[in-house]
Design a protein around this ligand. Structure first.
Ligand code: GRF
Length: 208
């Protein structure tokens, strides 16, 4: 698998600690749009090859950037691509290079609060239930089919610090779990419904 990350990289670290080199899973590449991303240091410390595909390097041409990145990830042997705090959209051509094998993690119960600052949006709305979604990536912002969701009830939350640690704890469990499911071939989109994702035994049994 490969990981795309733009920032601190705590989700990448959870993947390095919990799945890298186990259960038939290996992180073969970490790519970023941000040369300063701490995620790159975490990858280097784990001796995982890294590369930066900055927007400026391609004169703002997103498609050219994504084409180069997909080529590099394929060369490294990636079969699954995990967007873990990657602050860019990926274009259709990129997704076509990894059919049904690009996933993203988002700190809200989608379809609520897609896009930037999901926790801030949820607090502004005044929700009592927060959560995390792992979903297939599509060309939109946080709009692909849902693979896994988990929620936490925080009725008294007032500010991001009341919420973020709870969501991070969920993220650091969920992402490794989903990757292990992919490695077992236990995640697929239902042939009868393009938004229904079958997970676990459902994915390996014939559809009802
Ligand atoms: C996570 O909350 C993830 O859901 C969101 O960006 C954040 C990345 O955190 N898409 P980190 O860089 O993995 O620490």
């Amino acid at each position: 698998m490969a990981v795309l990350a733009s920032g601190v990289g705590t989700n990448l670290q959870a993947l390095i600690d919990q799945v890298h080199g186990r259960d038939g899973v290996r992180i073969v590449a970490v790519a970023s749009d941000n040369p300063e991303a701490q995620a790159l240091e975490r990858a280097a410390a784990a001796e995982i090859p890294t590369a930066v595909f900055g927007r400026q390097d391609f004169r703002g041409d997103r498609r050219a950037r994504d084409r180069a990145m997909a080529g590099w990830l394929r060369e490294q042997g990636a079969q699954l691509v995990v967007m873990a705090g990657y602050m860019q959209l990926v274009c259709e051509e990129f997704l076509d290079r990894f059919p049904d094998a690009v996933i993203n993690i988002h700190p809200s119960l989608l379809p609520a609060f897609a896009g930037l600052d999901a926790v801030g949006q949820a607090l502004a709305y005044g929700v009592k239930l927060f959560g995390v979604t792992v979903h297939y990536a599509d060309p939109g912002a946080d709009s692909g089919p849902v693979i896994m969701q988990r929620a936490v009830s925080l009725p008294d939350a007032r500010e991001p610090a009341d919420v973020v640690p709870h969501l991070q704890a969920l993220e650091h469990q969920m992402l490794p779990e989903v990757v292990r499911l992919f490695a077992r071939g236990a995640v697929r989109i239902a042939s009868t419904h393009p938004r229904r994702v079958l997970v676990g035994p459902l994915a390996v049994l014939p559809e009802r």
